[in-house]
Design a protein around this ligand. Structure first.
Ligand code: WT7
Length: 671
């Protein structure tokens, strides 16, 4: 973590109090109320979680709040169990429970396609569609515990597909629609998915994405041989690409679902609290993506309670989370959190700038969005296009704004607050991760004042700390003083935490609990100020956050070295005004290859083919050699400086050859 970034956040001292009207109605109205609840959540978790999950459907109540996996006594890292003994199916909380109430005919999803067509899906319809698909999947042989991959765009059926899996106790693994065939095959292989659910195609920025075709390429690879069936939802139909159906393997969703819901899935498959709910692949510090495993009861409770409080959720709200369902935000705050609360959610298929930069704001106006949850990278993109776009629309329905995914720079925060929120709407900045499953810190709306760029206070049941390693302490660390930078750790297990890395308990232990023995290391650097507010600086491991997409540098490097022209590659982040971080790669070529712009173009395409377009490097720089330590490790810290145009700072004493560095900085092949 550089001193520079810490000081830049230190300068921010503005505070914004929530309006009296908002606070008076808020679920939590003051810092004192928050402190009381927070204290209870730590000191008496049983009472706290029992009360807060009272709306959820448990077929059998839990007997123990948490424990060490298979052991006795309270939960202890790394392997934990929550709500031990509970039996449930998450879809009964998300769907069935609304059927006997007025919410039966309440809108669950207000959908808008990129071309402007709209659909309203009520809870009763979502319930029916889920059971119809679950029945069909059961007929195809999907059983409790089987893995099902989902490769779809932002259409209501993606939620149906996820819920249908959950209905059967099958484990979904949603693969973001921007991933390329290779990346799908890798995830299918790791999860041993039996079925892939996809759609003919979808729209993005006016173009048709041929999703089924990408799946065809993925499942034809030998490593994806676990796949028995591909289920295809007809979304574009005549407007879409020609879809080739492979006999005995591919079936149309629309053909296999029956009209009646009388079938095996009418009754949900009741599972244990710790039954796997889903796997979501995310980038880490090694080349292979990690399958983050979330289980049933803890995840449901975590997302349910956090949705309710973080968004101060009301039945009359129209909530819009702009995240793609392929990322964790889409799982927790587009599906499980909102549906278990009976919320009405806007779902938008396409790009924020299609047909123009007014699209988001026209959606807010048209649907009367009250709660908008989006990412700083989107806000920065809107800022560039000017205020005229949002000012063309009536945004007066908004009452709460949310931010997630990366640190929000104070300028973007202020713009969001003034231009979008008109100074009326609290901004809830939520810090969390794929691994945490649910929000871990926030500026709880109505309860506390906000500070631009701060993610505020710990969530209920969460005990973060900003620490420095200290081997002389029995704990292995010490908490640093207020306003000092340090490592962000979580000291105690929480309900929605990942349970393991799919199929790799050792990697789970090593990845999260070995930086400091026995506590969860987030990979982030942070500081805590005099008010107890947290300021997350960003990743300090080998993970980048490019335009809100999490990218592992090792993943990019292994994609690059799989190209025949590449000898070595190193990927680093460079500060970027729009994307937060830009991806810069340094490449050395094998003899006989010319390091020129043509090769750079081909390497960029290669990364797009191996991982996905979103992972294409922003800059490819060729080098004669990469700076290495005497033991042969690439010195990324130095490369970061070079990428940012800084003179290399810090210790270069272990550098093998200083000449490499000066050469890199003045690189003649720079693109
Ligand atoms: C990383 C996790 C949380 C869902 C989307 C991203 C960064 C996330 C914030 C925030 C500062 C944030 C962290 C974290 N991050 N939210 N509000 N302020 N940084 O999930 O892809 O697993 O990435 O995103 O660096 O470790 P993810």
């Amino acid at each position: 973590m550089s001193n520079e970034s810490i000081t830049s956040v230190l300068k921010e001292a503005r505070r914004f109090a929530p309006s009296k009207e908002f606070s008076e109605r808020a679920r939590v109205s003051s810092r004192e109320d928050y402190e009381r609840l927070y204290k209870e959540s730590l000191e008496d978790p049983e009472t706290f979680w029992r009360r807060e999950s009272a709306d959820l459907v448990f077929r059998e109540p839990w007997k123990e709040t948490s424990r060490e996996k298979g052991g006795k006594g309270p939960a202890k890292f790394p392997f934990v169990e929550w709500f031990v003994g509970a039996k449930l199916n998450v879809t009964e909380s998300c769907l069935d429970r609304h059927m006997s109430t007025w919410r039966r005919n309440k809108a669950a999803i207000l959908w808008e396609g990129e071309l402007g067509e709209t659909r309203t899906v009520t809870y009763a319809e979502l319930y029916r569609e889920t059971i119809r698909l679950a029945n069909a999947l059961a007929k195809l042989g999907v059983q409790k515990g089987d893995r099902v991959a989902i490769y779809m765009g932002m259409i209501p059926e993606v939620a149906v597909a996820m819920l249908a899996c959950a209905r059967l106790g099958a484990v979904h693994t949603v693969i973001f629609g921007g991933f390329a065939a290779e990346a799908i095959a890798q995830r299918v292989a790791d999860s041993q998915a039996k079925i892939v659910i996809t759609q003919d195609g979808g729209y993005r920025r006016g173009n048709v994405l041929a999703l089924k075709e990408v799946v065809d390429r993925a499942v034809s690879q030998p490593e994806a041989k676990s796949v028995e069936k591909v289920v295809v939802f007809r979304h574009l139909g005549e407007r879409g690409p020609h879809v080739h159906m492979t006999a005995d393997r591919d079936v149309w969703w629309n053909d296999i679902v029956e009209e009646s819901i009388a079938g095996p899935a009418k009754e949900a498959t009741i599972v244990d609290a710790e039954h796997p709910l889903y796997i979501l692949y995310t980038s880490g510090s090694t080349g292979k993506p990690k399958g983050v495993l979330h289980t049933t009861a803890g995840y449901l409770v975590g997302t349910h309670v956090s949705f309710k409080y973080a968004f101060d959720a009301r039945d009359e709200d129209v909530y819009w989370c702009t995240a793609d369902v392929g990322w964790v935000t889409g799982h927790s705050y587009l599906v499980y959190g909102p549906f278990s609360n009976g919320a009405t959610c806007v779902m938008y298929e396409g790009a924020p700038n299609y047909p123009d930069w007014g699209r988001f704001w026209s959606i807010v106006e048209r649907w009367g969005v009250t709660t908008l949850y989006t990412a700083p990278t989107a806000i920065r993109a809107f800022i560039r296009q000017g205020e005229a776009w949002p000012n063309k629309y009536d945004l007066s329905s908004l009452r709460l704004l949310g931010s997630v995914g990366e640190p929000i720079n104070p300028e973007a925060w202020i713009w969001y607050n003034e231009v979008i929120g008109k100074g009326r709407c609290p901004i809830v900045d939520t810090w969390w991760q794929t691994e945490t499953g649910a929000i871990m810190m926030s500026t709880l709306p109505g309860a506390v004042f906000t500070k631009p760029g701060s993610t505020g206070l710990p969530w209920f049941g969460v005990e973060p700390a900003v620490v420095a390693k200290d081997p002389s302490n029995p704990s292995g660390y010490r908490e640093v003083d207020a306003n000092q930078g340090g490592l962000l750790i979580l000291k105690r297990p929480w309900p929605s935490m990942l349970r393991t890395v799919w199929g790799d308990d050792d990697r789970f232990k090593k990845q999260y609990f070995s930086e400091i023995d026995g506590v969860y290391f987030t990979g982030d650097g942070a500081r805590k100020d005099e008010d107890g507010y947290h300021w997350v600086v960003g990743r300090i491991d080998d993970v980048l956050n490019v335009a809100g997409h999490r990218i592992g540098t090792a993943e990019i490097e292994s994609a690059l070295v799989s190209h025949p022209a590449v000898a070595e590659a190193a990927a680093v982040g460079r500060p970027d005004d729009l994307k937060g971080q830009a991806l810069v790669v340094f490449v050395t070529v094998k003899p006989g290859n010319k390091p020129n712009s043509d090769l750079a173009g081909r390497l960029g395409d290669h990364v797009a083919n191996e991982i996905g377009k979103f992972a294409k490097p922003d800059q490819i720089r060729f080098a004669d050699a990469l700076p290495k330590t005497r033991s042969g490790k690439i010195m990324r810290r130095l490369l970061k400086d070079v990428a940012a145009g800084r003179t290399a700072t810090g210790d270069t004493s272990t550098l093998e050859d200083l000449a490499v560095l000066s050469k890199l900085a003045s690189d003649k092949y720079e693109e």
